[in-house]
Design a protein around this ligand. Structure first.
Ligand code: FAD
Length: 316
């Protein structure tokens, strides 16, 4: 039987996208998609995205995130199952674990791909510099090709399958638990920047920390989150976790409302995957206004006050 494509599957949209990319790669190679998970609750997600087999890795050392032990587990599974490629999500965890796998197996790893073309050599297009550069690269591997898929470069497309579920128990020693999770503090509760369907974001035009109150109110009314530009974080108006962009968070909400943000490339790469963008800006020539789906030209405080008053009126 031909060598399958394995997809290292975590929870979340980025892994759903990576599973879709892995399925496309499997089709190009004329083989099947299999998934590997560290949590059997993810079997359903893998099945929904077309995995024909799911390997569930089980071991006491893996009860919490342990990057070295995860990487070694994948190495042993790759050795045992001999896939053509292993595809992970280009998330922090996906990239960290696959890097451990690559180092342990002495294989090349290409991170943050958006397109993969098998051949001799394999060709990839990958995302660099937080999304402001697309790089073409060639890769040759004596073993499986190790790849991760940059989030939001592929749309997740369900293709339900009825996978065979196989348990895999790796041989792991305590020396692989050099990094242990000892506690977690949730920086943001409820709707977060990455999961919010609507993000109301403010830049220099907001003018002050207090100026964000109306953005907070609008975000609350829309079930969304507040984001910001780097000027807002540099000025100490907002915490860095709210920053959208190359050195902040990359997001893909249904609606991005950019208030007083010029749309510099470093900001744009963080919000360009939004389904719709509404710019509110005094400058009709601002980059954000030119690229947005909708724009309101005016002082953001006047515009937002009017929008919030209208929504309050509808709620009453
Ligand atoms: P400005 O560019 O000053 O734009 C302000 C906008 O507000 C203007 O368009 C203006 O017309 C409008 N405005 C002013 N007053 C009003 C008003 N009353 N009502 C309506 N509109 C008004 N930036 C990020 O955002 N995220 C990043 O992750 C990031 N990473 C970077 C990484 C590097 C290596 C570098 C060099 C830069 C990075 N930057 C990043 C900074 C980026 O280049 C811009 O400087 C920044 O995005 C500009 O923020 P801004 O749009 O809020 O401010």
């Amino acid at each position: 039987m031909s060598r399958p494509v394995l997809s290292f599957t975590q929870s979340g949209e980025a892994s759903r996208q990576a599973l879709t990319a892995a399925r496309t790669l499997a089709a190009k190679l004329g083989t099947r998609l299999e998934a590997v998970v560290f949590d059997e609750l993810l079997v359903d997600q893998a099945a929904e995205l077309g995995a024909e087999a799911v390997h569930v890795i089980e071991h006491e050392l893996l009860s919490d995130y342990a990057p070295e032990a995860y990487g070694e587990s994948l190495r042993q599974l790759v050795e045992a199952s001999g896939p053509a490629a292993l595809v992970a999500a280009g998330t922090e965890t996906g990239n960290e674990v696959t890097a451990h796998l690559a180092a342990r197996a002495d294989l090349p790893f290409v991170a943050n791909c958006r397109e993969v073309t098998p051949g001799d050599p394999w060709r990839v297009s990958r995302v660099r510099w937080g999304g402001s550069l697309f790089e073409e690269a060639e890769v040759q591997s004596d073993g499986p090709y190790l790849l991760s898929i940059a989030p939001h470069t592929v749309a997740a497309e369900p293709s339900p399958a009825d996978p065979e579920v196989r348990a895999f128990r790796p041989d792991l020693g305590e020396e692989l638990a050099r990094t242990r999770v000892t506690g977690r503090e949730e920086a943001a509760k409820g709707v977060t920047l990455t999961t919010a369907p609507v993000v109301v974001s403010g830049g220099r035009g907001v003018g002050s920390p207090e100026g964000f109150a109306v953005l907070e109110e609008l975000a609350g009314m829309l079930g969304g989150a507040v984001g910001c530009s780097r000027v807002a974080t540099n000025n100490g108006w907002r915490p860095h976790r709210d920053q959208v962009g190359q050195t902040g968070t990359r997001i893909a909400p249904e609606l991005y409302i950019a208030c007083g943000i010029s749309g510099a490339i470093q900001h744009w790469v963080g919000c360009m995957a939004s389904k719709k963008i509404l710019a509110i800006n005094t400058d009709p020539e601002a980059n954000m206004v030119r690229k947005a789906d909708y724009a309101v030209i005016g002082d953001l405080h006047e515009v937002l006050d009017a929008v919030v008053a209208e929504l309050r009126g509808r709620e009453a």
